[in-house]
Write a protein that binds this ligand. Structure first.
Ligand code: PMP
Length: 433
């Protein structure tokens, strides 16, 4: 059958053949289709061009259809599309070595390749429990870590938690959100909450804690300086390990460092990576200190497509492209200009409660009143639908659905920022009409 691009037939097929659970995942009030992409741009089936500020959910790190990445993957696919982990193949091994080179030296890191971020999160949780012999585990309220059983159990947003028996033993601590966190704007309060939670909701011994350096889906909430280190100190004192989820904030996105945690004076025990490491090719990884990973060596643990040579070939090239095209530096420079433009926008529109972020990981939070900070999901939905008309793709995110999340491919340039700023301004202007 010929590929049918008509919206009507796709809607019919989605409704008839896709599991109903996938329906919820619809961004705009009307469906949208993308036919092709290049760099930071996308085209729909009518050849309308969009600037992609979502990067297909932060997967496109260095640009859509990057020629050298497609070539690396295609060359590997022509030779051997898959080689299961039990047989030797050099490509995933080279990737593991090159990935480790991007992490702080002398930590005896090892890599366990998976197919996705949530598989890596599940594995990291298992490793922490296996290594420490403890069960209790901490995660942040409002965090998103994925849909699988372990990752869902670590996700602190009810909209993503199904009424099923999830992995037990998880306690949630308040997210240190200095704009609207429930314990106010002092980092110390959030660290005290960790102490309290360990004392009251665990056996006193924990397996660990997981946190993103910048909560992505939650609406670009950066952990305040000192929080991650303070959390790690407390967790380690209670016998646990500190896991950092770099699925969204990693691979140079923040501009300041390759991995976002590096600016937080912390060496995690385990790091979870995915999405942007593959630039659209499915791959995730747990990077762990060897002695921690060793705790699982007695039993089988592999994912059939983990160590896939095509994804590994693509991921190797992603690391190369980020270096060669200076994309981390670009994220820093363009991100600075972008944030300034968002601040200008905030000056003009009272309904913007906050703008924030690092590098090319930015957000606009929309509120009913700056004083009460009451979220305005309806206005956010309106603005969001307008962004599409203006030719930009952003994400409507956060537990209150009132944050426009901006996480474009790292090749975005300053001319794009001019275009996007005008487009965003048009959206806010039109809401006044
Ligand atoms: N961690 C974070 C921070 C994520 O944003 C996501 C996906 N949005 C995941 C884990 C799960 O990754 P995946 O969807 O590849 O399983």
């Amino acid at each position: 059958m010929k590929i049918d691009w008509s919206l009507k037939s796709m809607e019919e097929r989605r409704s008839k053949f896709f599991s109903p659970g996938l329906k919820k995942f619809m961004p705009f009030s009307e469906p949208i289709t993308f036919k092709s992409g290049k760099g930071q741009y996308l085209w729909d089936e009518n050849d309308k061009k969009y600037t992609d500020l979502l990067g297909m959910n932060v997967c496109i790190s260095v640009g859509h259809a990057h020629p050298s990445i497609v070539e690396a993957a295609n060359n590997q696919a022509l030779e051997l599309p898959h080689c299961t982990t039990m047989f030797y193949h050099p490509v995933p091994l080279h990737y593991a070595e090159e990935l480790i080179e991007t992490f702080p030296k002398n930590n005896n890191w090892v890599v366990h390749l998976t197919n996705s971020g949530s598989e890596a999160v599940d594995l990291a949780l298992m490793m922490a429990r296996s290594f420490t012999g403890n069960i209790d585990f901490l995660s942040l309220q409002n965090a998103y870590h994925g849909p699988t059983s372990g990752a869902q159990a670590l996700t602190g947003i009810s909209g993503f938690r199904h009424s099923i028996v999830n992995v037990p033993g998880i306690s949630f601590v308040p997210e240190p959100n200095l704009y609207r966190g429930i314990l106010g704007s002092k980092t110390e309060n959030y660290l005290d909450a960790i102490d309290q939670t360990i004392k009251t909701s665990t056996s006193g011994k924990v397996a660990g804690m997981i946190a993103e350096t910048i909560q992505g889906y939650t609406g670009i909430v950066e952990m305040p300086m000192g929080y991650l280190k303070g959390a790690a100190d407390r967790i380690r004192a209670a016998g646990g390990v500190m896991i950092i989820d770099e699925v969204q904030a990693g691979v140079g996105r923040t501009g300041q460092s390759f991995w976002a945690f590096e600016k937080h004076d912390l060496i995690p025990d385990i790091i979870v990576v995915a999405k942007g490491i593959g630039n659209g090719y499915p791959i995730g990884a747990v990077v762990a200190k060897k002695e921690i990973a060793e705790s699982m060596e007695d039993k089988f643990m592999f994912h059939t497509y983990g160590s896939n040579p095509v994804s590994s070939a693509a991921a190797r090239q992603v690391l190369k492209v980020i270096k060669e095209e200076k994309l981390q530096e670009n994220a820093l420079q363009v991100g600075k200009v972008f944030l300034e433009r968002l601040k200008d926008l905030k000056q003009k529109y009272q309904e913007i409660g906050d703008v924030r972020g690092k590098g090319l990981m930015l957000a606009i939070e929309i509120v009913k009143s700056r004083k009460t900070k009451e979220p305005d999901p309806d206005l956010t939905s309106y603005i969001f639908d307008q962004t599409r008309e203006q030719g930009i793709i952003v994400s409507k995110s956060g537990p209150n659905r009132n944050v426009l999340r901006i996480v474009p491919p790292l090749c975005l340039n300053e001319e794009d920022v001019d275009f996007i700023s005008d487009a965003l301004e048009n959206c806010f202007k039109s809401s006044k009409k």
